[in-house]
Every structure is written in structure tokens, then in C-alpha cells.
Design a protein around this ligand. Structure first.
Ligand code: ATP
Ligand SMILES: Cc1cn([C@H]2C[C@H](O)[C@@H](COP(=O)(O)O)O2)c(=O)[nH]c1=O
Length: 917
């Protein structure tokens, strides 16, 4: 058996005749196409789908034939690890000089790797042509004989030849075993069977090391009285090892369930060369895989140094064979611990970061191992090296599985395995050679301080440095959370808190408009869009539900008054719409640096489903967070209005007396024609939502609702002339609008509570004012955010505000970290900001001269929309920063100001990120 190589990702193929219906499809693969293995999940609702891994393992071990095979695997693995220890130790003991010992150990390791490198790709094909049971039995008997011959012959030359032959024989044993598993285990238990094989292969290492140490100690103790043990204390370990293969042969001989393969396929394993070329292109292209491969190779190089130099290292620290066994075992105890505990302890910590960090940590620990003067301490440190390596291995493996598409996964793994072998071979060849070249030295400093400068120390130090370098490289390649501090996040993960899932930076700005029914969101979104259009930046206007092609259908369903949806179904459908919306429209736009304006977002769900439907704000927030991968707007503008007033507007609109802003078109939104962002807006200049809902007549006309005072003097809650009683179903009123007044009041409270709890990203505006007044206030808010963006530099990436799932606050309104904008300039000081290709040249709301005319409330008479873009482009004057505290809330210090249009929201975050409140 060779150096254990993980084979779980290369599950063996069953004979065609035994492939279960609906199971894995092996046949009809076109020549040259990558093998795609589909292991179906257990049927829904079956007991299997609910069982724990532990339960699965017990279930698979209850299959007698598999239990036998597993026993044989355990024995073979045990023998293999012990064989590695015993042969390297014996090779060392057969040489006299320091350098000669190093060369001998290196040679043993090279001969154990070489056959896999040369014959590995063919061994699977050969094993498929022979009777598998016989193949394994013969291989085990041969290994028994070869191992037993090593102490009998007792020369280094034979040790090397025997090791080479053992390795060649093992190459046939492994695929025969792998190919047999599906014949013994039902298809739904295959994954567990493979996991168990993996655990056994690696888990037997510490046991092998322990037995090796025990036998070495026993031999030494017996050496004084029994001459056999005096000459070679390692012989006992080698005979024991040979015995494990003999027992394995007997166990397998009794396994009648496996035999000759029913099906032959010459393409069972891609050749080494084609593995390399096929995967190479992909690995070279993909940043994450590139980082992973480099990290894995670096990790193996470091581990290779420890394996290659372990015996000499122990000797330098004054230890013998027993200590070597302990040290070797320590690596694997660490590996197993890291593999088992790492993913549990670090739970949701970013895998891509964890990989690079653990390789780096293994490297740093290796540096300590290299210089530590004490053997016990060295063993403890080596456990940590192993643990970090184990975490890196499991994490890297999972990342490769999850991050590489099915069709490329096999080739990628094949490439990784081939490269790992080449890597190990090089390290094992070079490291002892280097040690030999450097020799054994030390420096005496100040007469009493002895510094080791021998080859082992220098090479271990170099290995550690290499691991640190590749760990950092992998980290940089793979980090998707640039700008997010590493240590606090790691600390949170260690404390069992889920780290704040901060998102990658982007260069865009995400603005959400929220509010109850009829609060004027659509009206204001449209005005904001046309104002922002002058900025020269891409502006993407979108909405929820219905921001994507799928979303339009969901919207139709969600708003259909005839639909009877359970509240939870409703919540899930809104979340589904949002997931699609975020991934297809918002994220790509933000990544391009666009300004995204969304009519409703996550907080609508928290207010409507959480508060309105009383499903609980926390649960709904969690659901949305999952759907959006924690994306939150940089700023949420809440248009606050009494429910009754908003509903009156809606009903007036529905009855044909109100107006509804048309949904913006692709061109209007500044979208890029031809860009398929899956938004229905970008494809059709249509008004999909209301029409799709098929019932909201009157919702798509411009202008405020007649009968509702839009002068800014309206009394909240008073403007309901002619409104139907809330809750009544009226034509043109959708399913949610038709809810009772109490529902909409809960929604309003829900929004207000959210704004109170998360002032950093909220601005609350009184929506019961004229459209122009509200628009000017929105402009003030947005100007602050845009200026902030300019200060960061044009197109500078913005740290993405995200929800903090680490928060244990009971509130659904989780703390966020938006970029705090500057307080906008007072509107009496019109500001021109410098035009730049990426940043907005936007003026804040105009002063009184630009005030809206109540006679034409819908039209932007001299309003913000009239901010002349050419003027702005010419302007170079920067606004004076407002004197702090000159204006808060609705208070105006300049008597010429219109107190409404000059309004600066009370809770606008300041540059420090705190609300001024
Ligand atoms: N400030 C305002 N004062 C009076 N009427 C307004 C005001 N803003 C908008 N309206 C009118 O109220 C109605 C609803 O406005 P709009 O469609 O913009 O609200 P909305 O919040 O998007 O509604 P919904 O919740 O249905 O999406 C429209 O007829 C619109 O013309
Ligand atoms: C996003 C979202 C929306 N809703 C409700 C709120 C409204 O009644 C409709 C959307 O229609 P609009 O008039 O175009 O705003 O859906 C909700 O209940 N939950 C949500 O998450």
C-alpha cells in the first residue's frame, strides 16, 4: 500500500449490472469526457436522511461483507504506516554518518513515491481486469513476504528494492479495494463507506506509530537478555508489520462478495499527463483553485520536511527510535484532531480565509519546531503543526469539492494528487540531501548560548518559511472578504459566535426606499433616478418583489388577491424573490460601481411578514439574510406615513383618481443595453409589476393622489376623503394592500422600530409632505453618501454594509456598518462637486428659489431635477462643510430657508458613523 492518498473523491465504479435504478450513471460516457459521478441522496423522508454521521457509520459497518473489507483496510493501513516508520528508521540505523543517514531515509521515501507517480494511472485499469479478491489476497501475501524479508536480508540495498516492490504491489491493492466497495454497500451508503475508509487510512497512523514505539521500546528492553533484539531493535516492528498483511490476506480471502469486474473501461483513470494538462488550464485560470493548489503543495512540502527529517531531528534533540515514533504519531494525532475539530470549532468562519490562515499557522509552528531545544516541547508543537495541516486539508478539500464544477472536479483532484506526489518526491529527495550538504554544526554565542545551525534546523526553518509564504499567497489569492479585519472575525468564530458576514467591498452605492403602502416610494424612486442620471454614473433602479424575470412571476403570485398563501409561504416567496434579485441584479450592479436604487428591500419583509404577519422579526431577518448573503443597503430611506393616509392614496390611485409612476425602463435606469442582468426592466420597457399582478389598475399614472393634500400641509392621518375602509377588497387593490388597517399599522411600527434600532443605515422622512419636499430631503441624504464616496476616491471600493449575525441582540435589526456620509450641506449653500468619471456630480436639494409649486406638484418645477448637469460639470467649488450643529432636524437657522426643503434629517449619520441624535 502506498503513502495513503485520499481516494474518497474517486469512488470506484460498480459493475454495470449492479448499478441500481436511479443510481449512479456510469455507462454511455462519450470518450474523452470527464467521468461524472452522481450519488443520489437518500429518498426524501427516509430514515437515512435524518441520521447522524455516527449513525450512518454504524449502519454501514453492520454490513458483514463491508465490515470484513474495512477490517482488511485497517490492517493494511496500520501495516503501511508502521512499515514507513520501520523502514526509514532501519535505513537510518544501517548507515553510520550523519549525512549518510539522511540520504538513506530520503531514498526510502523516494522509492515509496516513485511507483505511484509512474504506474499510478494504469493500476486502476489493471485492477479492473483481474479478479479483485484474488488481486488483493496476492498483493497482501506479497507484501507480507517482502516486509518479512527486509530484516532477514538486512541491507540498505534490499530495503530499498523491497520498499519499491511493496509500493508497486500496493498500487494494485488500492483500486481493487475501491472498486469492490460498491459491490458490498448499497448506493446510498457509499459516501459514508468512503468517509470511513478515509478516516481509517489516516486514523491508523497514530495507532501504527504507537505500536511502533511500543515495539521499539520492548525490543530495547529485551535487547540486554535476548541476542536477537540486541542486533536490531527494529526487526520486531517489521515482523509485526508483515503479519498485518498476512491477516489481511486471510480476511479478504473469505470475502466472497467480490470478484472479477463485470465491466471494463479503459478510461477508468485519466493518465498522468492528461490529468495534468486537462486540469492545468482550469487551475491556472481560477484564482481560488490556484490559491488552493499552491497552499496544498506548500503544506505537503512542509509536512514532507517533517517526515523526511523527523528521525534526524529527534536524534539532534537526544531522542531515539521511540521518540521518533512519538514525534511521528504526534503529527497524525494533530492531523486527526485538526480534521475532526477544526471545522466544528471554527464553524462558519470563512473557508477561503481559513485555508490560507491554517497553512500559514502550520508554517509558523514549524519555524518554532525547528528552533525548539526540547523534545517534549517539540512533540507538542508538532501536534499543532499537524492540527493546522489537518484544518487546511479538510478545508481545502471541501473548498475544492464545493468550488469546482462537477465536470472539472475529477481532473482537478487528479492534478492535485499528481502534483502532490511530485511535490513530495522533490521535497523528500531534496530535504535530506540538503541536510547532508549542510552537515552538523552549531554556533556558540557569548560562550554559553548554543545556536543550532545544522542541516536539519536550517531545512526545517526553510520549510516553515515556505509554508508561511504559500499560506499568505493562498490567503491573498482566495480572500473574498478584503477589508474585513482578520483577527476579530477569527476571535468571534473561536468564541462560537458567527462572524459578521461582511461582504467584499464594492464600488457602488446601494440605496433602498422603504415604507408602507402609498408612502410615495415609487414616486420618489423615479425622481431620484432622474436626478441621479445627471451624475454620469450608472444608475440601476429596481424593486421588490419583481426585480427579475422570475421575480415578476413571484410578484404576480404574491399580490394576486385570489391567491391564498400561508404566511410562511409568503415569507419564503419574498425571500426567494430577493435571493434572485440580489444575485442577478443588485450584486453585479454594485460590483460595476453603479448606484442601485431599490423600491423596497429586506426591511419590507421584516415589517410586513415579521411585524404585519407576526412571524417574528428575527426569523424573517435571518431568512432574508440568508437569501441575500447578508447584503444590506448602504442607506435605507424610510418614507414614514400613517397607514391610513397611505392606504387612502393607494385606494384613490386604484379607483383611477390617483397616479402611479411608470416603472422605469432600461434606458431610464441608465442600465447597460444588452446586459443580461435578468431584470425584467432591462429586457422590456414594460411596466411588468402591476400589470403582471393583473389587478392594480390606476397604480401606474403620474401625479399625487387628488383629494390628498400634497402641499406639505397635510395632517397625518387626516387625508382620507372617500377612501374605502382598509381591509376591503377593491378593484386594483392587491392582496397585501387589502389587509386590514391594523395589519398596516403593525407594518408601520415595524419599520419605525427597525429605523430606531439601526440608525446607522436609516433615514426617516415624513412622507406626508409634498413630493418635491420629500424629494429634496432625499437628495440631501444621498448627496452626503455620494460625497463620502468621492472622498474615498472615484470608484473606490466601499466596505459593504452587512447584517451581523454574530449579534445576540434580540432585535431583528442587526447592527450594520455602513460608510457614514458627511452631513449634507445646507440647501441654502448650493454645492457643485467636481465632475469625475466615476463619481457623481450632484447638487443637494435646492433652496427656496427652487421650491416646488403646489400648482404642479408632480412636476419638478425648478426642482432638483433642474440641477443643470452642465453646470455641475463646470463647477469646481466644493461646498463648505456645514458648521457642526448649525442645523438639526427641522430647525433652520437661515430665515430665508424654506423650512421644508431645507430640512436635514435628524438621524442622518455623521462622518463618525453615529446618528446625530
Ligand atoms: N407626497 C405625496 N403626496 C400626495 N400624494 C402622493 C405623494 N407621493 C405620491 N403620491 C401619490 O400617492 C399614490 C401612491 O404613490 P406611490 O405609488 O409613489 O407610492 P408607493 O409607496 O410606491 O406605493 P406602493 O406601496 O403601492 O408601492 C400615487 O397616486 C402618487 O401619485
Ligand atoms: C418586498 C416585500 C413587499 N411586500 C409587500 C408590500 C407591498 O404590499 C407589496 C409590494 O408592492 P409595491 O406596492 O410595489 O411596493 O408587497 C411584503 O409584504 N414583503 C416584502 O418583503
Amino acid at each position: 500500500m502506498g503513502l495513503p492518498v485520499d481516494d474518497a473523491h474517486n469512488p470506484p465504479r460498480p459493475p454495470a449490472s449492479t448499478a441500481p435504478a436511479g443510481g449512479r450513471a456510469w455507462s454511455n460516457r462519450p470518450p474523452g469526457s470527464p467521468p461524472v459521478v452522481t450519488v443520489p441522496s437518500p429518498p426524501a423522508g427516509s430514515a437515512d436522511s435524518h441520521r447522524s454521521t455516527e449513525g450512518d457509520i454504524r449502519a454501514v459497518l453492520r454490513i458483514p461483507q463491508f465490515r470484513r473489507l474495512w477490517l482488511a483496510l485497517t490492517l493494511s493501513s496500520l501495516g503501511d504506516w508502521m512499515g514507513l516508520l520501520a523502514t526509514t528508521a532501519l535505513a537510518s540505523s544501517l548507515q553510520a554518518g550523519f549525512s549518510e543517514k539522511a540520504y538513506a531515509i530520503g531514498s526510502v521515501l523516494i522509492v515509496r513515491l516513485l511507483p505511484a507517480l509512474i504506474f499510478g494511472p494504469f493500476a486502476g485499469v489493471v485492477a479492473d481486469r483481474l479478479d479483485r479478491r484474488l488481486t488483493m489476497v496476492v498483493a497482501d501475501v506479497l507484501r507480507f513476504g517482502l516486509f518479512a524479508s527486509i530484516p532477514l536480508v538486512g541491507t540498505l540495498a534490499w530495503l530499498l528494492i523491497a520498499s519499491l516492490l511493496i509500493e508497486c504491489v500496493s498500487l494494485f491493492w488500492n483500486p481493487a479495494k475501491d472498486a469492490s466497495v460498491p459491490n458490498l454497500v448499497p448506493v446510498q451508503r457509499l459516501a459514508t463507506a468512503n468517509t470511513l475508509s478515509l478516516i481509517t487510512t489516516y486514523g491508523s497512523a497514530p495507532l501504527g506509530a504507537a505500536i511502533f514505539s511500543l515495539l521499539a521500546t520492548l525490543s530495547r528492553a529485551l535487547g540486554s537478555s535476548v541476542s536477537f533484539f540486541k542486533t536490531s531493535p527494529l526487526d520486531l516492528a517489521l515482523y509485526f508489520n508483515a503479519g498485518t498483511f498476512l491477516v489481511s490476506a486471510v480476511v479478504i480471502f473469505g470475502l466472497r462478495g467480490i470478484g472479477r469486474a463485470n465491466r471494463l473501461d479503459a478510461e477508468a483513470n485519466p493518465g498522468l499527463w492528461s490529468s495534468i494538462t486537462e486540469g492545468l488550464r482550469f487551475v491556472g485560470r481560477d484564482r481560488m483553485v490556484r490559491g488552493l493548489v499552491v497552499g496544498i503543495l506548500g503544506g505537503f512540502a512542509g509536512a514532507g520536511c517533517v517526515v523526511a527529517l523527523g528521525r534526524l531531528y529527534v536524534q539532534i534533540l537526544g531522542g531515539g527510535d521511540s521518540a521518533y515514533g512519538v514525534l511521528f504519531g504526534a503529527v497524525f494525532v494533530g492531523l486527526a484532531t485538526g480534521m475532526a475539530l477544526g471545522p466544528r470549532v471554527l464553524g462558519d468562519y470563512s473557508r477561503s480565509r481559513l485555508f490560507g490562515l491554517s497553512v500559514t499557522a502550520a508554517g509558523v509552528t514549524m519555524l518554532l519546531v525547528a528552533v525548539v531545544p526540547n523534545l517534549v516541547l517539540a512533540c507538542v508543537l508538532v501536534v499543532f503543526v499537524g492540527a493546522f495541516a489537518g484544518i487546511a486539508w479538510v478545508t481545502g478539500y471541501t473548498l475544492l469539492q464545493a468550488g469546482v464544477s462537477d465536470e472539472l472536479r475529477g481532473r482537478t483532484f487528479a492534478l492535485v494528487q499528481s502534483l502532490v506526489r511530485v511535490d513530495l518526491l522533490l521535497v523528500l529527495a531534496v530535504a535530506p540531501g540538503l541536510v547532508g550538504l549542510i552537515g552538523s554544526h552549531h554556533l556558540d554565542l557569548w560562550g554559553h548560548l548554543r545556536v543550532r545551525t545544522d542541516g536539519v534546523t536550517i531545512v526545517l526553518l526553510s520549510g516553515g518559511l515556505l509554508a508561511v509564504a504559500v499560506g499568505l499567497f493562498a490567503y491573498r489569492q482566495m480572500d473574498e472578504r478584503k477589508g474585513v479585519a482578520v483577527l476579530p472575525e477569527l476571535w468571534n468564530a473561536l468564541l462560537g459566535r458567527r462572524a459578521a458576514p461582511e461582504r467584499p467591498r464594492h464600488a457602488g452605492l446601494f440605496i433602498a426606499l422603504e415604507g408602507g403602502e402609498g408612502s410615495g416610494k415609487s414616486t420618489q424612486v423615479e425622481r431620484l433616478r432622474s436626478w441621479l442620471a445627471s451624475s454620469g454614473r450608472e444608475v440601476v433602479v429596481t424593486r421588490e418583489p419583481g426585480g427579475t424575470a422570475l421575480g415578476v412571476k413571484l410578484r404576480e403570485l404574491l399580490l394576486d388577491p385570489a391567491a391564498r398563501l400561508h404566511p410562511r409561504t409568503e415569507a419564503l416567496l419574498y425571500a426567494a424573490d430577493r435571493a434572485e434579485h440580489v444575485s442577478r441584479v443588485i450584486e453585479p450592479a454594485l460590483a460595476r460601481g453603479a448606484i442601485v436604487v431599490s423600491d423596497r428591500f429586506i426591511d419590507s419583509s421584516i415589517a410586513y411578514q415579521g411585524a404585519g404577519r407576526q412571524l417574528g422579526a428575527d426569523d424573517i431577518a435571518m431568512l432574508s439574510r440568508w437569501a441575500t448573503r447578508s447584503l444590506l443597503p448602504d442607506v435605507t430611506i424610510l418614507l414614514d406615513i400613517p397607514a391610513r393616509t397611505g392606504l387612502a392614496r393607494v385606494r384613490a390611485r386604484a379607483s383611477g383618481n390617483g397616479s402611479r409612476h411608470e416603472r422605469p425602463t432600461d434606458r431610464d435606469r441608465g442600465g447597460v443595453p444588452g446586459r443580461d442582468d435578468s431584470s425584467p426592466f432591462s429586457r422590456h420597457d414594460a411596466v411588468p409589476s402591476r400589470q403582471a399582478a393583473g389587478k392594480a389598475a390606476g397604480k401606474d399614472r403620474d401625479g399625487p393622489t387628488p383629494g390628498v393634500d400634497v402641499s406639505g400641509a397635510s395632517t397625518p392621518g387626516a387625508s382620507t376623503p372617500g377612501a374605502e375602509a382598509p381591509g376591503a377588497t377593491a378593484p386594483g387593490v392587491d392582496r397585501i394592500e387589502a389587509e386590514e388597517l391594523s395589519f398596516h399599522e403593525r407594518v408601520r411600527d415595524g419599520f419605525r422600530q427597525l429605523a430606531e434600532r439601526t440608525p446607522d443605515r436609516y433615514v426617516v422622512l415624513d412622507a406626508d409632505r409634498s413630493p418635491d419636499t420629500v424629494h429634496n430631503q432625499i437628495r440631501n441624504v444621498v448627496t452626503g453618501y455620494l460625497r463620502r464616496g468621492e472622498d474615498d476616491g472615484p470608484g473606490a471600493p466601499r466596505p459593504q454594509a452587512t447584517s451581523d449575525s454574530a449579534s445576540k441582540e434580540p432585535s431583528a435589526a442587526v447592527p450594520v456598518r455602513p460608510p457614514p456620509p458627511e452631513r449634507p450641506a445646507p440647501p441654502d449653500r448650493p454645492t457643485h462637486t467636481r465632475a469625475s468619471p466615476d463619481s457623481a456630480t450632484i447638487s443637494p436639494a435646492p433652496g427656496p428659489a427652487d421650491s416646488v409649486s403646489p400648482a404642479d406638484p408632480a412636476g419638478p418645477v425648478g426642482s432638483a431635477d433642474h440641477a443643470d448637469p452642465s453646470d455641475l460639470a463646470r463647477g469646481t467649488e466644493r461646498s463648505e462643510p456645514p458648521a457642526s450643529g448649525t442645523r438639526t432636524g427641522t430647525e433652520a437657522t437661515d430665515p430665508t430657508d424654506d423650512p421644508e426643503t431645507a430640512w436635514v434629517p435628524d438621524n442622518l449619520p455623521t462622518a463618525s458613523g453615529r446618528s446625530s441624535r
